[in-house]
Structure formats: C-alpha cells, structure tokens
Design a protein around this ligand. Structure first.
Ligand code: NAG
Ligand code: NAG
Ligand code: NAG
Length: 547
C-alpha cells in the first residue's frame, strides 16, 4: 500500500469512528447560577458564559439534557437503551412512531428589535456581546436559525419612525433610506448571528406602521387604514426594504402583510402601539393588485420571498386566513401561509392552527411572537428567574408544534432588567436581561426552555407521532431529525416521574425530575442502513482522490 493510501485509510477510519470521541471531549461550561427574586438565572460576564454542545448519540445509547426548576440547566447524561419485553405494562410509556410523520420544521428564533440591539450594544465589551450572540446563534448556544426584524420602528424603539417620512405624499419614495437604528443596532446584530450560526438564518419581516402620510389618521397609532392612493407605494415600500437589506448582505425569507392589523382595524381598544388596520376587502385588493405582483412580477428580484397573512393573535387566523381565502380565493396564488402571536392564546384552542391549513396543502402556519409579562392582567412585567415563565414558553411551543406549526419566534432577544426601552413606556420580560452597568447579562429559565427545542430540532426535522397511555400527564413532542435521530422533548409540571421512551424494540428508561424540561436524542435504529451508504461513498471518494 502506498503511503498516501495508508493515510487515506487512517483518515477515513478516524473521521468515521473517531468523530463521536472528539465530540464527547468538548467540555460544556456550566451555568454560573445566581439566586434572584423569583428563581435562578445564569450569569454571563466578559470572562465567563455557560455553553452547551450537542453530543451525537451512538448506537445503543441515548443522550438526555435536563433543565429544572431546582436549578439544572442542560444537564447532559448518556444512558443505555434496553430491549424491552412486549406486553410489559407501565405508566408513562411514550411510543415513538417514526412511521407517522407530520410537518417539516423550519426553525426557531427571536426578534431583533431596536430595544434588543440597543441593549446588546450597551454591553460595550466585545467579549460580552459575543457571548450573547453565541448563546443564541452559535453551536455552543441554542442555535437559532430564524430572526424577525421589524420594517421601521415598533413599540420597542426609542422613537416612532418609518422610512421615507419626508417628503410627504412622495409616491415614488424618492427619499427611501434605512434608519440610524438599522445601521447601528439591527443590521450588526443580525450579521453577528448569521456569522455565528451554522445554518442559514431565515428572516421574517413586518411593518408596524408606514410613514404617517400614507395613513388615514396621519398618526403612528390609533384607528387607521392605508390611504387607497398609496397602495402601490406601500407595496414598493416593502420592495425597497428588501432591496436595502439585500444590499447589506441580509436576505429576507418572508414578509407579513401587516403586524397585528386587528388592533387598528376597529376602534375598540385604545393602544399606543404603532400599527395600521385593514379591512379584508382592502387587504385582498392590496395583495392581488399591489403586493403580489410587485414581489412576484417578472422584474422582481424577490419572487422567492414568502408572503404571510395574519401575524396577529391566534384567534385571528380564522379571520385573516380562513375567511380571507374563502372569500378571496385568488389571493392563494400569492400567499404562502399565516402567522400567529401568543397573546391571549389561553382562550383559544390550539387545534384551530392545524385546522386552518387542512384544506390548503403546501401552506404553513408560523408562530412569530411571544413575550411574558405583556398582558394587562400581568402585574409584573420582568419576573427575574421565574420558572413558571419557562413553562409558559414550553406550553406555547408544544401547542404550536403539536398543531403543525413550522416555526416559532420569540419577541425581543434581550431587554434591560426593567424590560425596556420602549418609547410608549411599555415593558415586557425577555429570555436574556442585560445589566450593562455591572457588565453582565442574565439567561433566564425561558432561554433554556426555548433551547430544549431550538438546539436539538434542526431545520428539516419532521414531527412524528407519539402514542401515550391515557394516564400520563407528561407533555411531549417528538421529531425525526435530518441526522436520522429521534428527538423527544418532555415537559413535567408535577413531581418526579418514571418515563419510558420506546423506539422499535428498544427502550430508554428515564427518571424525569419534578418541574423539568428534558430533551432526549437517540438514533433511529430502524433506519441505520441509510447511514452506511454515505460512509461507503466516503471510502470511494478517498480512494479515487488520494490514490
Ligand atoms: C429625506 O429624509 C431625511 C430623513 O431621513 C430628511 O432629513 C430629509 O429632509 C428628507 N429629504 C427631503 C427632500 O424631504
Ligand atoms: C412574465 O413572463 C412570462 C414568461 O416569460 C410571460 O408569459 C408573461 O406575459 C410576463 N408577464 C408580464 C406581466 O410581463
Ligand atoms: C445602558 O447602560 C447604562 C450604564 O452602563 C445605563 O445607565 C443605561 O440605562 C443603559 N441603557 C438602557 C437602554 O438600558
């Protein structure tokens, strides 16, 4: 054997069988825990921030990660799978049925609002800023692969603004430029995440309010509609936004027709949030005559950009999708799906999400906004360290994915410890709170709750069926990933429980901590033959190239 061939064999054997050993050697940095008012946070400083790496499971084993109210954060252990005797009866048996598959997952993420960017930049120390980005987007973090970026300002900005505010009544948008906030906060933060992430970042965008000269009430908030004479200008406004972001190296994946259009459509709740209302008639004409042809026309550079309806509270999917496309079926040519927000979902069955797309194959639902402490009934906005807010997030993610939703996005990626800034005086909670004065930021339980899904369920995973005995109180959702592994997320809101995960004729037996979130990953043993083929191709490749 020639020396070159010898090294090719050594290299192949090493990369094929040595890989898992290398992965196992990566040491995770544990949470630097601090007890705070309502529980525990993990503290990141310029010198230290906790990390988590995914350990690929080997044949015959499962890898589990646990976070709990008691204080575990992504606590990683490896266990052995056992063959189980058919007919053995236990409670909390979850049968993983890879043969029954549902939606393909697009991803997870959060919003790069002005407030998020302002707090991120306020950390000033580059190491601290990197820790925050790595925590969200890096392979040693929770691996976000989606982001939401507002088109202009939102309530979580330090002023009300849109693009091309002057000159007024400028139908050609002759003065369209991005804002200071784009260059200073949003673009740098998005680019840092894109650089840290190993998967392409899918970006969703929506306008809260256009320049006020386009609106019937000539104001950022309140009951308003788009002036009919500016419909094409408003479509061009979106096109220009896509162009400007593309020029900055940021491709946008999808845009919504509007953010939360219901508020401003009817004069029923006074709100200070910048928004614009729509009647269904006006919306259909705008989609068919303006937005659709502008984006999908022969001269468009953005034909692939998804057009998304709704982007409002869960119950409104009936109005902004089902009723809308039933009355105006021609809009289906342009619409790719609908988006929903978390607020007030407790009153609305999650099944309306899977029902909404039942008759529209190829169309999707994406969950684009959630924040804790945002409802009028919430007496505290930032509840630092709260485990119940992690539970709220897990419940929302499980409800959405359990009902065929393809992606899930949080609101502000970080805020200060008061849940700000907001020019209208609003305040909400965020998975990461920045304390710039003390040079640290805090990862709340909500951060880990999201990570139990976002890190282990990569794009292209498919949800699979889980058969449970009816007595079980354990909430769960399971996926088949592109690595040919099965990932199960288990949520226990009660005392310690024994749980058995069954896949084929193998079983993982776990003791699930009280009030905990557990992610378990194991090889899809039934399909191992598929893995052999790429390995075999590798050999051929090495021999052809190197001999
Ligand atoms: C163009 O917009 C800028 C603000 O971005 C404004 O200061 C300027 O006056 C506008 N130009 C005209 C001609 O209105
Ligand atoms: C767009 O291009 C197609 C095929 O090239 C053509 O049939 C169609 O008429 C064009 N549409 C417009 C509006 O120019
Ligand atoms: C930015 O940090 C400074 C202290 O370093 C603090 O006084 C200020 O309030 C912070 N800004 C925000 C928006 O929290």
């Amino acid at each position: 054997m020639e020396l070159r061939t010898y090294w090719a064999v050594v290299f192949t054997v090493f990369t094929t069988w040595g890989g898992p050993c290398i992965a196992a050697d990566l040491i995770d940095r544990p949470c630097a825990a601090r007890q705070v008012k309502s529980g525990q946070v993990c503290v990141c400083t310029a010198e230290y921030c906790d990390t988590i790496t995914r350990q690929p499971p080997e044949s015959g084993t499962f890898v589990s990660y646990v976070s709990s109210e008691e204080g575990l954060r992504f606590h990683k252990t490896v266990g052995s799978l056992k063959h189980y005797a058919k007919g053995s009866s236990y409670t909390n048996v979850l049968e993983l049925d890879v043969g029954t598959q549902y939606q393909a997952v697009n991803g997870f993420g959060g919003a790069v609002t002005d407030a998020a960017g302002i707090n991120w930049k306020n950390l000033t120390d580059q190491r601290l800023m990197d820790h925050l980005i790595q925590s969200y987007c890096g392979d040693s973090g929770i691996q976000y692969n989606m982001l939401r970026v507002p088109i202009g300002g939102t309530d979580f900005s330090t002023r009300a603004y849109a693009y091309n505010e002057l000159p007024e009544n400028d139908v050609t948008l002759s003065n369209f430029t991005l804002a200071y906030e784009d260059y200073e906060y949003k673009i740098p933060m998005i680019k840092a995440c894109m650089k840290a992430a190993s998967a392409p970042i899918h970006i969703l965008s929506a306008t809260w309010s256009p320049p006020i000269w386009m609106k019937t009430n000539n104001a950022y908030s309140g009951h308003s509609h788009l002036r009919k004479e500016y419909r094409q200008t408003y479509a061009d406004y979106h096109y220009k936004f896509l162009e400007h972001y593309a020029a900055e190296g940021i491709p946008v994946w999808g845009i919504s027709i509007a953010n939360e259009p219901l508020y401003a459509s009817v004069n029923y709740v006074p709100t200070k949030i910048n928004n614009m209302g729509w009647t269904l008639d006006a919306m259909s004409e705008y989609v068919l005559e303006n937005l659709g042809p502008t984006l999908r026309g022969n001269n468009s550079d953005f034909k692939h950009v998804k057009i998304i309806a709704g982007d409002d509270l869960r119950f409104t999917i009936t109005l902004f999708w089902n009723i809308f496309v039933a009355v105006y079926p021609e809009t289906l040519e342009y619409l790719d799906g609908a988006a929903v927000h978390y607020y007030m979902s407790d009153y609305v069955p999650a099944a309306i999400l899977s029902q909404a797309m039942k008759d529209y194959p190829g169309k999707f639902v994406v969950a684009t906004e959630i924040s804790a402490g945002a409802l009028p009934s919430d007496t505290i906005t930032v509840d630092i360290g709260s485990w119940s807010r992690a539970q709220l997030y897990v419940n929302d993610i499980m409800q959405n994915f359990g009902n065929d939703v393809i992606g899930w996005l949080d609101w502000n990626m970080c805020l200060n410890t008061e849940g700000k800034p907001s020019y209208i005086g609003a305040s909400v909670d965020s998975p990461i709170l920045v304390n710039a004065e003390d040079g640290e930021f805090y990862k709340q339980p909500m951060f880990y709750a999201i990570g139990h899904f976002s890190k282990f369920v990569p794009r292209g995973s498919r949800r699979i069926k889980v058969n449970v005995d009816c007595g079980t109180k354990i909430q769960n959702v399971a996926f088949l990933t592109p690595y040919n592994t099965v990932v199960v997320v288990i949520h226990n809101e009660g005392p310690e429980e024994n749980v058995r995960l069954r896949l084929g004729d193998e079983e993982a037996e776990l003791l699930i901590n009280a009030n905990s979130i557990t992610t378990v990953e194991m090889l899809n043993s039934g399909h191992q033959i598929k893995l052999f083929f790429p390995v075999f191709l590798c050999y051929i490749f090495y021999f052809i190239v190197l001999m």
